[in-house]
Design a protein around this ligand. Structure first.
Ligand SMILES: C/C(=C\CNc1ncnc2c1ncn2[C@@H]1O[C@H](COP(=O)(O)O)[C@@H](O)[C@H]1O)CO
Length: 231
């Protein structure tokens, strides 16, 4: 037996229930989202209140994507997630919430039409990528930054191709972008062209046209959404 077969057999032996839960979450997610052909995952702070200008901008952006025929996929929680689901609902687009079970009370926001709950962050994160053509990101904290850098890593390593990653709210991202260009590029920690994976705008219509152009490229080159088989 090879080392990895031994390791795998041993692991299944000690943790079969966890493995079954993970597989079951994946199956449920794939089954529920199988019909989503055009989607955009929108990330952003769980703490942005409904009267904040960024909430309004997220709602408008999701509405614009909804009118262009995209399903909107979020974490299904409050703040920017709610704004994006609300914008999708405004236009009759499919509004999807992939919620995470947290130790404190956590429910889907009122604007989700197709909602799923997950125990595992990584299963949910796979679905954010698998059923999307693009990522649109509003200012946020650790959760948002985690989702953004995971997407960038997949782009940088070629696991997803021609996926736009659009940061909305240029003023709020300036310091991070300066650090990426100034420190990471200057010290050779990322390639000189890697910052070009990120686009920035304030304009919901520009978000839409970037996403639509990228979808056309994905379709022409890969006949789908540009996700490599390895993902
Ligand atoms: C902290 C609060 C609610 C937490 N509820 C969440 N529900 C669903 N998804 C969440 C939640 N918190 C974080 N996420 C995911 O991370 C991103 C936002 O994280 P951030 O740290 O606020 O930037 C978001 O895109 C979700 O996918 C307040 O009541």
């Amino acid at each position: 037996m090879l080392d990895d077969e031994l390791l795998c057999a041993g692991w299944k032996g000690v943790d079969p229930e966890r493995l079954a839960r993970i597989v079951s979450e994946l199956e449920r997610g794939f089954a529920a989202l199988a019909g989503v052909e055009r989607g955009v995952s929108i990330f952003g702070s769980a703490r942005t209140p409904a009267d904040h200008p960024t909430y309004v901008l997220a709602r408008e952006t999701a509405a614009c994507l909804g009118r262009a025929g995209f399903a909107v996929i979020t974490g299904g929680g409050p703040g920017i997630m709610e704004a994006a689901n609300r914008g999708a609902r405004d236009t009759g687009a499919l509004s999807i919430g992939l919620n995470i079970d947290l130790p404190y009370e956590q429910r889907l926001n009122d604007y989700v039409d197709l909602g799923l709950n997950f125990r595992y962050f990584f299963v949910r994160k796979l679905l954010f990528v698998r059923y999307a053509q693009a990522f649109v990101i509003f200012p946020g904290g650790f959760g948002t930054l985690d989702e953004m850098f995971e997407a960038l890593t997949l782009m940088q390593t070629g696991r997803i191709r021609h996926f736009p990653l659009i940061l909305v709210g240029s003023g709020r991202w300036a310091a991070l972008l300066d650090w990426i260009r100034g420190d990471l590029v200057t010290n050779g920690l990322i390639g000189a062209l890697d910052p070009d994976l990120i686009q920035v705008t304030e304009d919901p219509r520009e978000v839409c046209s970037i996403v639509e152009a990228a979808c056309r490229r994905q379709q022409q080159r890969y006949g789908g959404n540009g996700i490599a088989d390895e993902l």
